[in-house]
Design a protein around this ligand. Sequence first.
Ligand SMILES: [Zn+2]
Length: 417
Amino acid sequence: MQHPVRIAAPALAALLAASSLAAQAPRVPDGDPRVRQALEHARATEAQTVEEQIAICQIEAPPFKEARRAEDYRRRLEALGLRNVRIDSVGNVIAERPGEPGAPVVVISGHLDTVFPEGTDVAVKREGTVLRGPGIGDDCRGLAVVLAVARAMEQAQVRTRGTVMFVGTVGEEGAGNLRGVRHLFQRELAGRVGYFISVDGTGLGLTKDAVGSHRYSVTYRGPGGHSYGDFGAPNPVHALGRAIARISDLQVPSDPRVTFSVGIVEGGTSVNSIAMTARMDVDMRSVSAPALDSLDNRFQAAIRQALEEENARWSQGDRLTMTVDTIGIRPAGAQGDDAAIVQAARAAGRSLGFDVPAIASSTDANIPIALGIPAVTIDGGGRGGGAHSLGEWFDTADSHLGTQWALLFVLTLAGVR
Ligand SMILES: [Zn+2]
């Protein structure tokens, strides 16, 4: 016999609201037997994932010279039985695992490049569970996790609604200026990507907001001369000093956080010469695109005023000139906590027994986030430190959780059929 259950109006409204929310929030397919099998595979073969992490890392991948590691990565993706495995015109490696036509495409990627110059000793040393080597976490870990996700899906024969693409990008670090991921969204995969996940770094956290950056190299130039004999001519080093003083006094908000720094200064040849050039490299950052643009405008005004002041101060010799070279522009963007992709990442983590903290950072996800395409960067599990230094390390204890999280997150977004 059924007992009619009476629901008060407010409770009914809440129930309806909850059910419509549940319809929108991506469902974690952790009850599916093949998904369970894939998760178990990811756990059981974590030692193999770590071996791949080491092998990938022992192939140098300096900025703009990722080709050898890319070719190795292409072979590894091909060996997993993925389709349409290729290296695109900028050097990204791409492989596909087809789903149903019309369903959103999910991209999971790691970055191939490191910050280390050619000739760096990239041998990985092992001490117990700890691996030591340049790039071992950032981002050999991400590359290995991307492979492990593909392997687990293949092994358990998981069938997804959305096509899943497995990618290794070039040019994530520094001067690379995100050129690999830019190419993906402007050309190679333009208009095709529903969700983008970058696996980068260590731990079990999430980057949901994109810290944008504007970076410039500013150079003041003049004829130079003798410090005594040519006194009275404008001095590029003095112009640079004026510029730095003005930049130092710029006022910026703390919420949204906006930062600036003169990172490098260079110029002059000897103590008794008026310099011919003086240069500085400047970095400005924020998660807010308007706040970053506003700072950039005031910075541009400051360096121009410094030039005018120095030229006005002195009557002799040729006038100084100024050139501004763009080192890199990374777009900013923020996503709400209620964004489906953020909820899916958190729900997948909860299903595996951990909470996922979110931060703002500058990663490959900046490009899609700025375009309004749902994107996050997730950590690859384990623990690590010393990124961008020769002392970089990665602790493999419980690192399988990172692999499983990436796998379950991809399957939550792609949907299982
Ligand atoms: Zn990285």
